[in-house]
Design a protein around this ligand. Structure first.
Ligand code: WT7
Length: 630
């Protein structure tokens, strides 16, 4: 694989990747173990869409993550695991130990009826067994669908139903800061409406008292005692599904983004090696939860493909106090640290007293991901954490892109606060206006699209290919539409300005306005609601809900509490509105469409200049909303 080490080389490689994409991506794939080499590199169109990479190739990603490294790295640490409570014993896994555990658990899955192509849901906190579970699925060709541990029973069941999962892997409970979350109880509740699930494999983490359903539920540890560690890796077609990961869109329920084996492997590895410039023996730490794409790609697959040593962390940045990240960096001598702007802002707000006691001198590269990073947070990170010696890579990408798309290359690309800078090799971004016309040149702004496939682009939305087409490929025919707005500055640097659709980004979590509205509307006294995002100092965006209540005399505080409980029940606490305004009507056009633009202005605190309101059915509604703005 070619590692880019200078800006001149970046420009050369970029040009080569555009002029000869197949040759370029064949080269990046060659270092891996293929059970059978591909016949053709790429076949695609963005109309159906149909995207196939490494056609005819056979592989198993776990052989490339694990077996391939054993001759040289058997005793190298693959993972340092840092528990939620710093007083609990930390655990580490070498490549050999990880390989053994994965093979054993793969045998457990087989013994419990799992076969190639089956969907398996994983609902666990950040314990090492979560990584083992993912890789064990991949080992036998089962498709993992990880559901973030913070989602509710109801959110869990709808994801299990959507992809007809056969097995659920969960823990008894989860430690999160000072809380003890009853995961298995939530699984039991979810499974009341999930007939496809025949087995639940339970890892004991908190020793919480749980109910085991006879014939359905088994314990991880008991099952591991019954199997050996020989498990041949299932040969997978390059385009066989590797995993499904649910993500929110502007309408409807979350959709299952599908990624496949070959292209995802090549692209996540390529971006990891280049963007972070990972060097042998370095320690890498991505703080994302494996319930999100960042965790899939950069806690699990890419670092293992690169033979790296990583930290995985069960806890949160502010527990026991706001020095936890810095303490863990010193403890493991972390060289590359990858986190989200929302965490940076929260730790900045906690003050430098939490930072100053730590050396942080092992750090070489800092990363940011998940939402736009404001200049102030960027500067704070650069000065106080990187000590102005560590390049910051602000990496823009999405669940659908599988890997980083627009990002500086550490030490190679000149960085600029707030800018994701330049597209990585193989990525062809275009900015378009509302009509879909490409906006050429620099110093321009538009909607961000990509005009050529890269190896880890979304292949489909599970069970509904038409939805994939409608969501990403119809708005601007011939282009993949990201949903983001973007500016290209005078030097051709890209700055992501945020979503242009009804998707919110709250503390780096992607949440659809429609999802939250539908959860609020489940409340018996609510007739209608409208949800918008507004700028929030720490979370990036906060959630503002306007609700219409049928009961005129209802106590407002009680109603707010009930709404929060409803949203927590239907989605999870990450989707709880920060502000709830009770209104008697919503601003609608004569055709009945809610004018969100007006609500957004109100939520932003902009009450004087609401723009054109001439198409409103009832202008008095706006006056009332303005008067009651929170
Ligand atoms: C949305 C995708 C990428 C993995 C984590 C989020 C926003 C992501 C950046 C960035 C500005 C960013 C975009 C994107 N986003 N990274 N560096 N700068 N915005 O994945 O949950 O699929 O969310 O996150 O709006 O569309 P996701």
């Amino acid at each position: 694989m070619s590692r880019i080490t200078s800006i001149e080389q970046y420009h050369q490689e970029y040009k080569r990747s555009i002029d000869h994409p197949e040759e370029f991506w064949a080269e990046q794939a060659e270092q891996f173990v293929w059970k059978k080499k591909w016949d053709r590199v790429l076949d695609w169109n963005f109309i159906d869409p149909k995207i196939n990479w490494y056609i005819g190739g056979k592989l198993n990603i776990t052989e490339n993550c694990l077996d391939r490294h054993l001759p040289a790295r058997a005793d190298q640490i693959a993972y340092y695991w840092e528990p939620n409570d710093p007083a609990e014993k930390a655990v580490q896994f070498t490549y050999k130990q990880l390989h053994e555990q994965v093979c054993k658990f793969a045998n457990v899955l087989k013994k419990n009826g799992a076969k190639k192509g089956d969907r398996i849901c994983i609902y666990m906190p950040m314990v090492p067994e979560l990584v083992i579970a993912l890789l064990a699925c991949a080992r036998i060709g089962a498709i993992h669908s990880v559901v973030f541990g913070g989602f509710s029973a109801s959110a869990l069941s709808s994801r299990i139903q959507d992809s007809d999962c056969k097995i659920v892997i969960a823990t008894d409970g989860a430690y999160r800061a000072a809380k003890d979350i009853p995961m298995k109880e939530l699984v039991d509740e979810a499974l009341e409406v999930c007939p496809s699930v025949s087995k639940v494999i339970v890892l004991e983490r908190t020793q919480t008292k749980i109910k085991m359903v006879a014939g359905r539920d088994v314990f991880w540890n008991d099952e591991m005692k019954k199997v050996n560690s020989d498990c041949a890796a299932e040969p997978m077609d390059a385009e066989d599904m590797l995993f499904i990961l649910y993500t929110s869109g502007s309408t409807g329920k979350p959709k299952g983004v599908v990624h496949t084996c070959g292209g995802y492997m090549v692209y996540t590895h390529y971006t990891f090696e280049n963007v972070f410039q990972y060097r042998d023996n370095e320690v890498f730490w991505c703080t994302a939860d494996i319930g999100w794409i960042t965790g899939h790609s950069y806690c699990v697959y890419a670092p293992l493909l690169a033979g790296a040593t990583s930290v995985i962390f069960e806890g949160v940045p502010t527990y026991p106090d706001a020095s936890r990240f810095w303490q863990v960096i010193d403890k493991y001598k972390v060289n590359i640290f990858y986190t989200a702007p929302t965490a940076i802002r929260a730790l900045e707000a906690a003050g430098l007293n939490f930072v100053n006691p730590y050396q942080l001198d092992s750090l070489r590269v800092l990363g940011s991901v998940g939402e736009p990073i404001n200049e102030e947070a960027w500067n704070w990170y650069n000065k106080n954490i990187g000590k102005e010696k560590c390049p910051i890579v602000d990496t823009w990408w999405q669940t659908e892109t599988g890997g980083m798309m627009i990002s500086p290359i550490a030490g190679v690309t000149l960085t600029k606060p707030g800018f994701a800078t330049l597209p990585l090799p193989g990525i062809q971004p275009v900015l378009v206006d509302e009509k879909g016309n490409e906006i050429f040149g620099n110093g321009v702004e538009g909607n961000l699209c990509i005009k050529f496939p890269w190896p880890s682009i979304i292949r489909s939305t599970y069970g509904d290919h038409e939805r994939c087409k409608q969501n990403y490929f119809v708005t601007y025919p011939g282009l993949y539409f990201t949903g983001d707005g973007c500016r290209r500055d005078e030097n051709g640097y890209y700055r992501i300005t945020g979503r242009v659709d009804d998707v919110m980004n709250v503390s780096g979590h992607r949440i659809g306005t429609a999802e939250v509205e539908s959860a609020i509307n489940m409340h018996a006294d609510i007739v209608e609601s409208a949800v918008v995002a507004y700028p929030h100092d720490i979370k990036g965006q906060g959630i503002y809900a306007f609700v219409i209540c049928t009961k005129k005399n209802k106590d407002k505080d009680a109603l707010r509490k009930e709404i929060l409980a409803e949203v927590t029940k239907v989605i999870g606490s990450i989707a709880k509105p920060d502000k709830i305004q009770i209104v008697s009507g919503l601003p609608k056009t004569r055709s009945g469409k809610i004018m969100r633009r007006i609500l957004r202005k109100v939520a932003e605190g902009e009450l004087t200049n609401l723009g054109d309101t001439s198409t409103l059915l009832d202008p008095a509604v706006v006056d009332e909303i303005k008067a009651g703005a929170l």
